[in-house]
Design a protein around this ligand. Structure first.
Ligand code: ADP
Ligand code: MG
Length: 337
């Protein structure tokens, strides 16, 4: 059974519709990454789940309990939800251990705080004040504080954004371990696509307040539903075509397609699904970027300028004539690019 069920959420601020018909489920132990451009409603969705904002319509259930719905509103402190924001937001005058114990109740609150600190490797910092911590340490304290009351769900709103790359990976795996150990679930808002692809069990893409796709990272990356998802998650080439079942006629010639379709379609062809070859579609290299592990080329063809992820040994440079072959079927998208 799913842990969290969100159904038909609607939210307006004045005239602008910020969330429209948002629904999804979250399973125990699962990390769902929420992706979307700035202003697409990610924070508003998290705030509704936490009880900091009230939806205009729809409902949210955690286990068997309705958190919010027609005529029902459970206050934030009774929801069993932990929230970590982009900034750690610690109490500056309290020691680390008191920050973590702050929201806890009962006689064993000290012990719970110490446990949460230990789980995130923070015991040695227990007596420091927030201004004696690095950014990464402060964010770990914020995580410990959110995890200490043993929430059923952890909401993470771009919590790693202010940390540098090395630190991010470390903290991410600590969060993963804590989520597994406590058998809770997490909803992670991130701008970082690699983070979303690597860290999450499933991804949800929000566009203008609508959930346009939800699935495993592989599903969403390899089978984007719309031109927006295809271009938002990674890079892609969008092509027009006329589909005839398992193939389409395009400016690049006849391409295999998935899934089967008929009639005019928009297609997505990822840069790593195009290869330089002796035979194939002719083009001219207009730009090149060496990335270390591979080389990105921009190639002008009859289908416009295509982005190609070429082998790290590729010598092709601007001005060179090259030929391209697709290595995977193009993906048929819904709607217009
Ligand atoms: P995201 O987190 O995806 O960047 P937000 O949920 O913060 O997006 O915001 C979505 C939209 O709602 C934005 O256009 C934002 O300006 C607007 N918005 C958010 N909160 C409020 C509020 N309290 N009052 C009015 N408008 C708001
Ligand atoms: Mg936000």
């Amino acid at each position: 059974m799913s842990l969290l069920t969100v159904h038909g959420l609607e939210k307006r601020f004045g005239k602008s519709q910020v969330l429209a018909g948002v629904g999804f489920t979250l399973n125990p132990g699962e990390v769902l990454a929420l992706l979307g451009p700035s202003g697409s409603g990610k924070t508003t969705l998290l705030r509704i789940l936490a009880g900091l904002e009230v939806p205009d319509a729809g409902w949210v259930r955690l286990g068997k309990q309705t958190l919010v719905g027609p005529g029902i509103f459970l206050p934030p402190e009774n929801r069993g939800i932990g929230f970590v924001f982009q900034e750690p937001a610690l109490f500056p005058h309290l020691r680390v251990v008191d920050n973590v114990a702050f929201g806890l109740k009962g006689r064993d609150r000290r012990r719970k705080a110490e446990e949460a600190l230990a789980a995130l490797g923070l015991t040695a910092f227990r007596n420091r004040r927030p201004d004696q911590l690095s950014g990464g340490q402060a964010q770990r304290v914020a995580l410990a504080r959110a995890l200490a009351p043993k929430p059923r769900i952890l909401l993470l709103d771009e919590p790693f954004t202010s940390l540098d790359a090395g630190l991010r990976e470390g903290i991410r795996s600590e969060v993963r371990a804590a989520i597994r150990a406590q058998k809770i679930a997490a909803l992670l808002v991130t701008h970082d696509q690699e983070e979303a692809l690597a860290f999450a069990d499933r991804l949800a893409v929000l566009h203008r307040g609508r959930l346009v796709q939800i699935g495993t990272p592989e599903e969403v990356y390899h089978r984007p539903r719309t031109p927006f998802v295809a271009s938002f998650l990674g890079h892609t080439n969008l092509l027009k075509g006329e589909a005839h079942g398992d193939h389409a006629e395009t400016a690049l010639g006849r391409l295999k397609i998935v899934p089967r379709a008929r009639g005019p379609v928009w297609l997505s062809l990822r840069p790593e699904h195009l290869a330089l070859a002796a035979h194939g579609v002719p083009g001219k290299v207009v730009d090149r970027a060496f990335k270390g592990h591979d080389v990105t080329l921009w190639v002008r063809t009859a289908a416009g300028e295509l982005r190609v992820q070429a082998d790290y040994r590729t010598r092709a440079k601007p001005g060179d004539a090259v030929r391209l072959v697709p290595r995977e079927p193009a993906v048929v998208l819904e709607g217009e690019a």
